[in-house]
Design a protein around this ligand. Structure first.
Ligand SMILES: CCC[C@@H]1OCC(CO)=C1C(=O)O
Length: 214
């Protein structure tokens, strides 16, 4: 007697056969589910204290499903760090779409980054993994350089439009902005899990604006 598939399983198989995209959509959803579960655990416990089983349990999938999408924990951590950096181009585009001056775009994008570092789980996880990068045997993206380049370009535009204090080196100022933001979010994370980040960043931002504007 042939074992009949239960109607639900059969329907799913039929649907999958009918629209291969359904299988692909499900794979994309599973991949995202795993990434967010990993981000949650990496942000809370860090790389070494998070196991693939922990991620599987949190995502509600099997370990096999994880290894299918992310063959190693290092590859999974790299995907989280890459997702962290993938947030910034949209943030910059939104800041640039507001018709602000170059210097005001620089501050706006960092203001919004502060909100993301406080509220966005993937951003928080990526920041922690970068701190723990020496423990992760994988070629993670180099930290800080992307932000430094973007801010240096904005500050060069600010200089060229007379918006920067005369004699200010845009590249040096960009490095100072990155170091100031990094240190502010790191101290806030250590002391309050970033609960007070917006207030701390507002204090730092005020001092930086005073030193950068003519
Ligand atoms: C904007 C400051 C730099 C930023 O702060 C935390 C972190 C994670 O490594 C960063 C990066 O790599 O760009």
């Amino acid at each position: 007697m042939t074992q009949l598939s239960p109607p639900e399983a059969w329907l799913q198989q039929t649907a999958a056969r009918r629209s291969p995209d359904l299988r692909q959509e499900r794979a994309v959803r599973t991949r995202e589910q795993i990434l967010f579960a990993a981000a949650e655990l990496f942000a809370q416990a860090g790389f070494q204290k998070t196991s693939i089983k922990d991620v599987a349990d949190r995502a509600g999938v099997t370990k096999g499903a994880i290894f299918f999408h992310y063959p190693t924990k290092e590859i999974l951590a790299t995907a989280v760090v890459e997702a962290h950096y993938s947030r910034w181009p949209d943030l910059l585009a939104r800041a640039q779409a507001q018709g602000l001056s170059p210097l005001d775009v620089a501050f706006e994008v960092l203001d919004q980054a502060a909100v993301a570092f406080r509220d966005d789980l993937v951003v928080r996880a990526g920041a922690r993994l970068q701190i723990e990068r020496s423990l992760i045997d994988a070629p993670l993206p180099r930290p800080y350089e992307g932000w430094t380049d973007v801010l240096a370009t904005l500050l060069r535009d600010a200089r060229d439009s007379g918006e920067l204090r005369p004699g200010t080196d845009p590249d040096a100022a960009a490095r100072c902005l990155v170091a100031s933001f990094f240190g502010t979010q790191h101290i806030s994370d250590t002391l309050s899990q970033r609960a007070d980040l917006l207030e701390r960043w507002a204090d730092m931002r005020e001092l930086l604006a005073l030193s950068l504007r003519p």
